[in-house]
Design a protein around this ligand. Sequence first.
Ligand code: ZN
Length: 343
Amino acid sequence: MIQITLPDNSKKEYNPGITGYEIAKDISPRLAKEVLSITVNEQLWDINRPIKEDASIKLHKWEDEEGKHAFWHSSAHLLAEAVEKLYPGVKFGIGPAIEQGFYYDIDLGEKTITDADFKKIEDKMLELARQKEEYKRSEVSKDEALKFYSEKGDEYKVELINDLEDGTITFYKQGDFTDLCRGPHLPDTSPIKAIKITSVAGAYWRGDENRKQLTRLYGITFPKKKLLDEHLEMLEEAKKRDHRKLGKELELFTFSQRVGQGLPLWLPKGAQLRERLENFLKAVQKEYGYDQVISPHIGQKDLYVTSGHYAKYGKDSFQPIHTPEEGEEYLLKPMNCPHHCEM
Ligand SMILES: [Zn+2]
């Protein structure tokens, strides 16, 4: 028997190979219906992965971040499967779960995806989700993983695998779609009941502007239609509270094309609001023992060369201000820290 320790420190004994799902079922059938992922000794696992040794566990439901993470991660795979079905031959970059949903970076080749295609992708995802496709985990060697993606012709995955440490690499397969992933995922696609593709954007492969621009599809999914409706309603409400809209309506700030785009001109009410925020911030900092210092808005270029900022950000910052007489170069300060170090 192995000993399983629950979050309240109570212990239960099970046969080795017990899964998170089975433990949930043992606790209550209702919990078993709701559990989405499990933490086993600090690691996030699939709920159908066998536990072979003594372990401390925590079960996660939709309400938990870890539960949503597994749900949205699984949804990213489902998105990729649907896109591959609709646009054969596309290649995949990465597809993580994020704070609100998930995205997938895709090389569409000559093809494009616009807002008009979202419905078609959502429908395909729903159709696949209803087939209750299992997310099957398998451990592969680095060579096997490289062979799989070389044969598939997906150079992005090949690059990712090459950067991985040797050791166990995991694949997850649902339907006929295989993805390189650490997991965890849902046992199958059936809990994914409501789907919304939210936006499409360009994203450079590995965030490098010198590399290929891929298509990033964002989406969000829910276990109930009602939750999606609530989410969409919340987005509508957030739109009403958009600072660009409120700023104008409440006369907090304005913009002038002559002054420059994105440069706010704070009006009296906005200035008052700012002052309150600043005072609040200063009070809290004081409470926590911080002392205030003040440094100039510019600094000699040499300061940032020394700090290393120039090598990293120099070409993207505003160009130096020259003083012709002394031949000095000054930069707008990108950060306070070099000045603070000098102090
Ligand atoms: Zn995954």
